[in-house]
Design a protein around this ligand. Sequence first.
Ligand code: AMP
Ligand code: MG
Length: 420
Amino acid sequence: MAETIFPMLAVERALAIVLDQAAPLAPVRTPLAAARGRILAEAVNATTPLPPFPASVKDGYAVVAGDGPGLYPMIGAVTAGRVADFTVQPGTVAYITTGAPLPPGADAVVMVEETEMADAPDGDQRLVHIRVAVEPGADVRPIGFDVAVGQAVLPVGALLGAAELGLLATIGVAQVSVHPAPRVAILSSGDELVEAGKPLGPGQIYDSNRPTLIAAVEALGGVVVDLGIAGDSAEALTAAVERGLAEADILLTSGGVSMGDLDLIKPLLDRIGVVHFGRLRMKPGKPCTFATVERGGRQKLVFALPGNPVSSLVTFYLLGAPALRKLAGWRNPHLTRVQVCLSQPLRLDAYRPEYHRATVRWEPSLHEGRGGLLADSTGNQASSRLLSMRSANALLELPQGEGVLEAGTTVTALLIGDVA
Ligand code: AMP
Ligand code: MG
């Protein structure tokens, strides 16, 4: 099956096909400690209030607000985690710390800065000078002030980060239903490939796609199944592909999808599944191929990425990353888009839209000194030149066309890393 039988698909169309085939993985119950970065599959409502008791906001004295300023005997103390075994009668106060339950009888707190210890006349009972008048409820968080019983705390689809995990813990939830991390099998294919650390023979090169893709998948929260390197034989490829399909939700292969005699991946996928597309109208990454294969009653997604190191990583970000997020339950699986300003002129490609690698950074002088995002090209964009991905945190979406985009032109960038 020659590559040319596949029509050249626009990237947007290809991504729509991929996302159409990708369904969120079935939810699993997970302890909070393993839930960071996962997507919540159930809404969570509070079943206990926070605070569960009226709590002091300050270190100071629990008072009866109606008493007003004056000199009062301190009849006890209550610190966070303890409860008072006394009642604050009118005309008395009690020492209290932040987070401690308000003792019965008291209805407000006066912070310590507004008070003074006074010498007691008989030497055994301590007196406190309350210097200010406060309203009932002053510096007290009532029951449910932070989180009320029944309050919707997290919706279905929430991404569990630091604050969300804290919210779950604060309402006493120890396990949640989340979409699991997709398992992604990664295979490099090619007779010329050697693992770093081993000597290179004649005609050989080091395998860079596998370490690259492993890191990219792990950074996106995927669990990697490393399939190693397979040579250019139908047997070796079939064995590795079948292992990937058995053990993972997504299979990424690189190499062997071009027009050469030993480009065996497309025919293999065509035999065992459905090839949805085999060519993209884009630069770099034209031979990128996508297939689905049924295994174990589930539909597995296969991305046969081009061998050129830049092409494989760019096509992974454009198609594989959104698919991974969709399986992981993300409601919006797309890479973040921002508008950026070009720091230098860029020549357009006459035949294909280009994903130009760039480093996007905050530039305070842009937009009349209000600041904005500036994109520096990573230089020569040859698809074999992995240096063009170094420090790249964005793919600039350059339209197909004639001529040059001048410095200062605004273009859309897909973010693939943090903006420094
Ligand atoms: P292919 O798609 O197999 O024709 O490979 C295209 C180019 O990418 C060739 O120059 C390969 O040697 C190179 N290539 C393929 N796989 C890898 C890899 N895993 N690491 C580095 N270069 C590769
Ligand atoms: Mg090859």
